[in-house]
Design a protein around this ligand. Sequence first.
Ligand SMILES: Cc1cc2nc3c(=O)[nH]c(=O)nc-3n(C[C@H](O)[C@H](O)[C@H](O)COP(=O)(O)O)c2cc1C
Length: 404
Amino acid sequence: MSIWQDQHVTVVVSGGIASYKAIYLVRQLMKQGATVRVTMTAHATEFVTPLTFQTLTQQPVFSDEFTMQDPKHVGHVALADWTDLMIMVPATANLIAKVANGIADDAATTTILATTAPKYVVPAMNSHMYANPATQRNLAQLQTDGLQVLTPATGMLAEGYVGRGRMPEPDEIVDWLTQTLIDQQTDLPLHGKKVLVTAGGTREMIDPVRYISNRSSGKMGYAMATVARELGAEVTLISTPTALTQPAGVQYIEVLSAAELLTQVTAKFATTDMLVMAAAVSDYRPVKAVDQKIKKQPGQTGLTLELTETADILKQLAAQKTGQFVIGFAAETQHLLANAEKKLAEKKLDMLVANDVSQPGVGFNGDTNQVTLLTPNSTPVTTNLLSKTEIAHSVLTAAINRGA
Ligand SMILES: Cc1cc2nc3c(=O)[nH]c(=O)nc-3n(C[C@H](O)[C@H](O)[C@H](O)COP(=O)(O)O)c2cc1C
C-alpha cells in the first residue's frame, strides 16, 4: 500500500508564474493515493483557475474566505482540521513573508495559520527576490517554526536569465515529500533498519574495452531497494551500471567488478541490519586484465583467456556475521532446489531466493519473476509469477516475519 493512501493533502497555490506546475503536482499526489484539496490566493487565480483544480480534485477549491459556504462549517477551520499534510506550491515571496509573520488575510493564509498539520514550502521566484535578505530572513523563520522548506533549483527563470529561484519539477517534489513521510512513519516495519542491497551483473575486465558479464538487468535488486525504502529502511544500493533509474531516497554506490563489490559490501556490512545480495556476481574473472586493447591478429585462432575464481562474497561475509539477516539469490537452470538448499547451508544464509532462469518470464532482464524462498529448517515456499516489485514485497515480508 502506498504511503500516500488515505492522506489528506492541502495544496496552497500562490500567485507565481510556476503555479501551472501545481496542476501536475496535484495529479501526481492523487496518483500516489492522496486525497487532495486546494486553496488559492486571489493572485494565484490570475494565473490558473480554481475550476482546473476543482475538476482535477473533484473537491471545492477554497479561494474566497468571505463567500457564503456550507453554513455548518467555517471554511478555513474546516479545511485546516481536515489536513494531514500541507504544501505551499509555488510559495511566492509574499506568501512566505506573510506566513513567517503569522498574517492571515485571505483564504489561503488563514488556512495555513489554522492548521496544525506538518507544512512544506516550495519557494519559487526571481533569483533577486529569493536572495533578498528579507526573503532569506523569512525562510529562516519558517524553518525555525518547524516548516520544511525545499531549496529552489538553479535554472532558466521566466525572466529569461539563469538564477536560483526556479520551482523544482513536480516529480522531484513528490519524491521529497514521500521520503519525508517515510522517515516520519515510525511504525513502518523496517523503520530504523539499515538495509544493504547489491544489484546488477559484475563486469570483469579483459582489456580496457572488453569485459565478461552476464544478463542481469539489476531489476530485481532495484525492486528490493525500492520496497525496502518504502517499508521505512535506510537503504544503500551497491550496483553495477544499469539502464535503470536510481530509486528515490536510496544511497547509491556504483561498482564494476566482483572485487569492487566485495570491498564496498565489506565496508558496510558491520553496520548493516539486512544484506540483500541480488547482484549477479561473476564466478570467474580473467587472471590478468591487460592494459592495452587486445589487437586482432589476422589468421590467429585459438586465442585463450585464462580465468580464475572471483572471491565468494557471501561465504566471506558468513564468517563476519554478527546478527545481520542475509538474503542470497540463486539463479539456476537445473536442479533448482538441491542447489539452493546447498547454497543456503554453505553460506549460512537466513534466506535464499531461488529462481529457475530457464523458465519463461523468470529471472534475468524481465519485469516478472517466480521464486522459491528457502529458509533454514522450514519448507520452501514458491510464489506465483509476479512482478519484481511484488516479489520484493514477498521476500521482505517473509524476512520481517522471520525477525529481520
Ligand atoms: C507575471 C507575474 C509573475 C510573477 N511571478 C512570481 C513568482 O514566480 N514568484 C513570486 O514570489 N512572485 C511572483 N509575482 C509577484 C506576485 O504575484 C505578487 O507578489 C503577489 O502579490 C503575490 O500574491 P500572493 O502571494 O497572495 O499570491 C509575479 C507577478 C506577475 C505579474
